[in-house]
Design a protein around this ligand. Structure first.
Ligand code: SAM
Length: 220
């Protein structure tokens, strides 16, 4: 049986990768990645020539069977996502689950994850936090917003460029009066952090600075 290595990769800055991750990516037989073009940029940067295969949320279940058969035949496979730690709000978890069920050894190669990167610079109490991943777009969204406002612990979620302003407006309407943080494009050229109540952050957002990827934290 081969080993499935779950390898964390940078969330922006290509230097944010461990020595071990580079060694493993360069030595496995195959790398399963969400988008082969995104991963190729990383691999080229470290002169890694390991073959890649795409594995993403729209992949047919046959793709998991294919990767499991490679592992069963003794090959070492690395799993990466477009950014950060596979399985944290991306499809990596399904392959890991299948490997666990098949009794295949799964090893973690830890590193960046946007949720932890944001918490680390929050300056807010982070001894306990509730991570919600992506909020639902429609059904259940309002209920979750109300739960966040009532929550006694810090809450963290991922948000896309399309809904960041909407999320802040909904939190404001629901009466959120705790300090929040909106982290944009962490480790990238346009990294920025906005702090305050939802209405204060909304005032700082313009069409230019709402492009990119976001992590939102609500203090406790
Ligand atoms: N597996 C990844 C991780 O460990 O962070 C998360 C994958 S999820 C599909 C992508 C979301 O993570 C983005 O929509 C954004 O909310 C957040 N994200 C990823 N990179 C980010 C960055 N550099 N700055 C801010 N948020 C980021």
């Amino acid at each position: 049986m081969g080993t499935l290595y779950v390898v964390a990769t940078p969330i922006g800055n290509l230097e944010d990768i461990s020595y071990r991750a580079v060694r493993i990516l360069g030595s496995v037989n195959l790398i399963a990645c969400e988008d082969t073009r995104v991963t190729k940029r990383l691999l080229d940067n470290y002169q890694i020539t390991t073959p890649t295969v795409s594995y993403h949320q729209h992949s047919a279940s046959g793709k998991i069977d294919f990767l499991i058969s490679k592992l069963k035949s003794g090959q070492a496979v690395a799993l990466v996502s477009d950014a950060g730690t596979p399985g944290i709000s991306d499809p990596g978890g399904l392959l890991v689950r299948a490997a666990v069920i098949e009794g295949i050894k799964v090893e973690t190669v830890p590193g960046p994850s946007a949720v932890v990167a944001a918490l680390a610079i929050s300056g807010l109490p982070t001894d306990r936090f509730l991570f919600l991943g992506f909020l639902p777009h429609k059904k259940g969204r309002e209920t979750l917003i109300k739960e966040m406002v009532a929550s006694k612990q810090a809450v963290v979620f991922y948000e896309s460029v399309h809904r960041i302003a909407k999320a802040l407006e909904q939190l404001q309407t629901a009466g959120l009066k705790r300090e929040m943080l909106v982290c944009r494009e962490l480790t990238k050229k346009f990294e920025s952090v906005y702090r305050g109540l939802p209405e204060e952050i909304l005032k700082q957002l313009t069409p230019e600075n709402t492009k990119g990827e976001f992590v939102v934290i609500i203090g406790k």
